[in-house]
Design a protein around this ligand. Structure first.
Ligand code: CO
Ligand code: ZN
Length: 333
């Protein structure tokens, strides 16, 4: 577990807002290099690691490596930065949040005082980088620069708290499965670390078009129903095993894939949960609609506080997901 913790910690410490995945991609490239027959970075920045078997079915596995972030839109006269969201930023968690720019510049998010009953919008917030005026701010950042939440990975028992566990937890699962697999597989498998999921499942769509797989699985986090929430019911908890997705807002998973995943989990006595996510999507959403359609499913890691600076997962769910994926990939599809 310590090894897995270290891998997830390393992954969450790296920056990679959607469209600016260079740093996280080069880390994954180095980690995966020894385990793939071929590595390729495509036009949108997806990292594609292939394990060849021309005689087998073609399986695409997609874990997005990008994270949500902020982009500078305007620099005020007094040096404060206005910004736009990259992906689904949760306004409730912005005030007082630390951010770091890709060039290392540090900042903290402030908010204008609200009038009575006024609801905060993104336009009420600004990033304070400690600059005295616009000129000083411009020495540190420019329009279009990106930032992400400041990384800090904490462990509490088997659980982890960190930024970007969506989807570095999924990247860890996919990478570790790749490392644990034997040299030759009964299928041809594409391990794809996708770009730009958080802005609309973009990288996965072009990767899928290019690779033309027979089947696909997305690997991502999903919400849970195990926090104080009287109104909202979801039958998923941290620590009860990885989840086999049935449906979310982007995809209705193919029944044959769901059935295969359940059968493999039960045969190998791996704990699993069934996921119906009422709001949210993942890479399978664009993959299953590519070309003439691709039967798709998803393996999910339960995660609390998604899209906040402190997301939480249980290491045992990631470990269970690794076992299930390894078993699935050593079967002939
Ligand atoms: Co997300
Ligand atoms: Zn995600």
């Amino acid at each position: 577990m310590m090894e897995l913790f270290n891998l997830v910690e390393n992954l969450t410490n790296i920056s990679g807002p959607a469209g600016r995945e260079e740093k996280i991609r080069s880390f994954l490239y180095k980690e995966a290099e020894a385990y793939g027959d071929e590595l390729f970075i495509d036009a949108l920045g997806n990292l594609i690691v292939t394990k060849r078997n021309p005689a087998g079915k073609k399986l695409l596995l997609a874990a997005h490596m990008d994270e949500i972030g902020l982009m500078v839109t305007f620099i005020e006269e007094n040096g404060f930065l206005r910004f736009s969201a990259i992906g689904g930023i949760d306004k409730e968690t912005l005030l007082g949040t630390r951010v770091i720019f890709s060039n290392g510049a540090a900042g903290i998010i402030g908010r204008e005082k609200l009038k009575e009953k006024e609801v905060a919008g993104l336009s009420h917030f600004y990033i304070d980088i400690g600059a005295r005026d616009r000129h000083e701010a411009q020495e540190k950042v420019k329009i279009g620069d990106t930032a992400n939440f400041y990384p800090l990975c904490q462990r509490t028992g088997s659980r982890l708290i960190a930024k970007s566990l969506d989807n570095r937890a999924g990247c860890a699962l996919l990478l570790q499965a790749l490392k644990n697999l034997p040299a030759t597989l009964p299928n041809e498998v594409y391990f794809v670390f996708t770009a730009q999921e958080e802005v609309g499942l973009r990288g996965a769509g072009t990767a899928s078009y290019q690779l033309a797989p027979d089947f696909a699985l997305a690997i991502d986090v999903t919400r849970t129903g195990d926090t104080p929430e009287p109104e909202y019911k979801m039958d998923l908890s941290l620590g009860n095993g990885p989840a086999i997705k049935i449906k979310d807002s982007s995809v209705i998973c193919h029944p044959a894939i769901i059935e295969r995943m359940i059968r493999t989990a039960e045969k190998n006595k791996i704990d699993y949960q069934l996921e119906v996510l009422e709001r949210g999507g993942t890479d399978a959403g664009s993959i299953h609609l590519s070309r003439a359609g691709v039967p798709s499913g998803a393996l999910s890691i339960p995660c609390r506080y998604i899209h906040t600076p402190g997301e939480m997962v249980d290491l045992s769910d990631i470990a269970g997901g690794i076992s299930l994926l390894v078993e699935l990939l050593t079967e002939k599809w």
